[in-house]
Design a protein around this ligand. Structure first.
Ligand SMILES: *Cc1c(COP(=O)(O)O)cnc(C)c1O
Length: 453
């Protein structure tokens, strides 16, 4: 048997080799690498396998079959890389193997979460006193915030939803923009509000909710707005929407999975003006903060509402003493994901984060300009980190996207924007250099020319 220490040296050497080669390989795995995956599909062995051999199999077969999302030229979906400090912290935290649920199970994890939460509230300019929780992603952050809103709005009507559920409860109204993200509808379905039982507000050509088309709101309304449309990067007009909601006594929830980070970059923050008036916010750490999966953040203006909806039992009252993480998330035992959030913020600082966000936005602008100069149509106003490009009709655009993916220099996905097929470029990684952008742009144009002519 390998001793544990040689296994740790082994894994670190492999991590070093993987990381140092990440920009020299095709971004998507080769067909050969994908074929080799079948070698892992063996019957469950009866006897133990040496740990070093397990690691060897995983690295030899697994590493080539990864998508190089931690490199500089992955632009699919909205996918952050992993900052060195966050990666190192996560590796150390894996060795610590802490349960992030309770402060008595991990004083360090509870402390780092609390510190990171305070920093984030300050950094994003959320109201003083805002609380929150560390969840798996923006889907669960939306879920958690909506559960808190559900508590608060039913409480106003004298209904205890945590005790009595939804059977016989008075109705609430949920308002979303027509461009609502699928994860928010999923969250609504999971908390018993229903995907379809929403009022949809029309949007403009960038996907922004039209404030002039809002239905009547009241104190039984949850208005879900968006900071950063997953296709265009556009922001709902938060100031107008929040003002209307405030006058009506409605709850405003913000899905800001990646767009909320605009608040950390002074030149982009005006896009998000007014968002601080909302009642709850959801964002991702694993997208634009560039921490490892799984990492999402839910923020609540009045933490007692999140606490009331997530407390492990009705007997846990909000009390003085340490903040117990498990009373603010759906999970009890969980990965201590605040550790890598803390490390990312500690390593970047306010300036470093602002520069990373701004740099990615400027790189997106460069993609837009470069593709337009080459004769291709940009379908959105590039205000943030998202770019939509059409290479002609839907079929041609799909062919170009596939060819770009196969060519391997970079990877971008496809989407449909207001009825038109498009390639979506999302620049969300600390690792993307300006050289990566030029190299990817050149590859895109070269491949597109071959197909479009
Ligand atoms: C990615 C995204 C989500 C879902 O986030 P997960 O981390 O995948 O759960 C929600 N809303 C928007 C706008 C997104 O871009």
């Amino acid at each position: 048997m390998h001793s544990n220490s040689s296994l740790l040296i082994d894994v670190h050497n492999r991590i070093r080799a993987y990381t140092s080669a990440i920009n020299d390989r095709t971004v998507f795995p080769t067909p050969a690498a994908l074929d080799a995956l079948s070698e892992l599909d063996t019957p469950l062995p009866d006897d133990p396998t040496d740990s070093a051999q397990v690691l060897d199999m995983l690295d030899e077969i697994g590493s080539p079959a990864t998508v190089a999302t931690s490199g500089g030229r992955y632009f699919g979906f909205v996918t952050g890389g992993v900052l060195p400090a966050a990666q190192a912290a996560a590796l150390l935290a894996a060795a610590w193997d802490q349960n992030g649920g309770l402060s008595v199970m991990s004083p360090i994890a509870a402390q780092l979460e609390q510190i990171a939460l305070g920093w984030l509230v300050e950094l994003l300019g959320l109201p003083a006193g805002t609380g929150g929780g560390f969840v798996t992603g923006a889907t669960m952050a939306n879920f958690s915030a909506l559960a808190a809103a559900r508590h608060a709005l039913f409480e106003r009507q004298g209904w205890n939803v945590e005790a009595d559920g939804l059977f016989g409860a008075p109705p609430l109204q949920v308002v979303v923009g027509d461009e609502v993200h699928a994860s928010l509808l999923k969250a609504l379905s999971m908390i018993g509000f229903g995907r379809a039982r929403v009022t949809r507000v029309p949007v403009d050509g960038q996907g922004r909710m039209r404030a002039d088309a809002l239905p009547a709101l009241n104190e039984h309304t949850i208005l879900c707005i968006q900071a950063g449309n997953v296709n265009t990067g556009a922001f709902d007009p938060a100031a107008d929407l929040c003002q209307a909601a405030q006058q009506a006594g409605a709850w405003v929830h913000v899905d800001g999975a990646f767009g909320l980070w605009a608040l950390a970059a002074p030149a982009r923050a005006p896009l998000a003006a007014g968002l601080e008036m909302a009642d709850s916010w959801a964002t991702d750490g694993h997208k634009w903060l560039n921490v490892p999966y799984d990492s999402g953040l839910v923020f609540i203006r009045r933490p007692e509402h999140l606490h009331a909806s997530m407390a492990a039992s009705a007997a846990y009252l909000l009390q003085d003493g340490p903040r117990e993480p498990l009373h603010y998330t759906p999970e009890m035992s969980r990965r201590a994901r605040g550790i890598d959030v803390w490390a990312a913020l500690r390593s970047l600082g306010r300036q470093g984060l602002a520069h990373m966000i701004e740099r990615n936005c400027q790189q997106a602008t460069r993609f837009g300009q470069g593709l337009q100069a080459a004769g291709y149509e940009i379908l959105n106003d590039v205000v943030l980190n998202q770019v939509l490009v059409s290479f002609g009709d839907a079929e041609t655009t799909q062919r170009v996207i596939q060819a770009i993916q196969q060519e391997g220099t970079c990877w971008c996905g496809s989407t449909v924007w207001q009825g038109r097929a498009a390639m979506r470029i999302s620049v969300s990684s600390w690792a993307t250099t300006d050289e990566d952008v030029e190299r990817s742009l050149a590859a895109m144009v070269r491949v597109a020319r071959e197909i479009v002519g």
